[in-house]
Design a binder for this molecule. Sequence first.
Ligand SMILES: [Fe+2]
Length: 382
Amino acid sequence: MQSDGTVNRGAPLSAEALAAMPEHLASAWSESVRTLEPQAAVLVVDDHDVSRRLSVAILEREGFEALAVQNGFEALDLLERRLVDLVLLDQSMPGMDGLECCRRIRANRRTSLVPVLMVTSLRVEDHEDDAVAAGADELLSRPFTPETLRIRVRTMLRQKSVIDRLEEAESILFALATAVEQRDPCTSGHCERLAMYAVSLGTAMQLPHPQLLALYRGGYLHDIGKIGIPDSILFKPGPLNNQEWRVMKTHTLRGEEICRPMKCLQPVLPVIRGHHERWDGSGYPDGLLGDEIPLLARVMQIADVFDALTTERPYKAALTTREALRVMQHETDAGWHDPALVELFECLPHDLLRDTAHRDSTGWNSMDAMRDSLDRLRRAVG
Ligand SMILES: [Fe+2]
């Protein structure tokens, strides 16, 4: 509190300082914090009446919305109805203990990313492994001071907000990529089909999950650099001249630059940059040859070519799967594509995949939806 009676919103306030404050000033402080940032909701799960009330009091004094339940079953029930920003979870409870409750929170797609601060009356060193294995983010031993709880909760919420912002940024990039696609009505649905085909081929190659995720994201983001290409070139009805081609080819580098600042998109950058390279070195932007071309970029190129061939455009009809594969084989014989990948791609049940892509297209708007679809794809790929 400043000498003039105003609240210094920039400085943190300890629970003790808040407790020493007259009630009307304490509520003014709490109100000022609420207006600064959205009120975070913390769920306190504790069967012990006194410690539950104490935790709630500390959290509310910090300006959080504190929800309280007495056991793991009630916690899971509440989390089904509303999301919270953090769970403060007692490890030892009758019925369902904190470890089992934490495992179930992690197993539920809606709550799998909610931070869990496990509280134990036992020695942390003896139970840390169990807590971590159950999915807890932090373990706090009793007794703890209000200050300790405040710092832990604040720190964990700060980390969560960084992750939330990253997810938001990724969503914005996906929206941008979709906007690029929608500039051309002929390419509607191209990104999600590409994601589907690329992930299908990656699944058949038994690539690990992080690489499948990079292919999924690459399906959406591979052409995001076209946002910087003028309409006069992007939608030119006739063939491009040399200068226009030079500009068009820059979409790979522009796309890489757009996505480079995001750490989680680092595995996608080679896909964006390299999806127009050719096996014989005649592609762009780097003229890479054979294995020099990043593997995921080679996968994406095959998905891209297949989708272009099997999609109707104003200047051409859509080829059937069989016709498209024949064209791709000719191109492979001419040296354009990785022969081993094309051979594997030819073995995929494309009609089935296309049906799956159409059926799932509206649902592929989140990582969770993608994981569900992957299970179906694995069955389709066989
Ligand atoms: Fe492209």
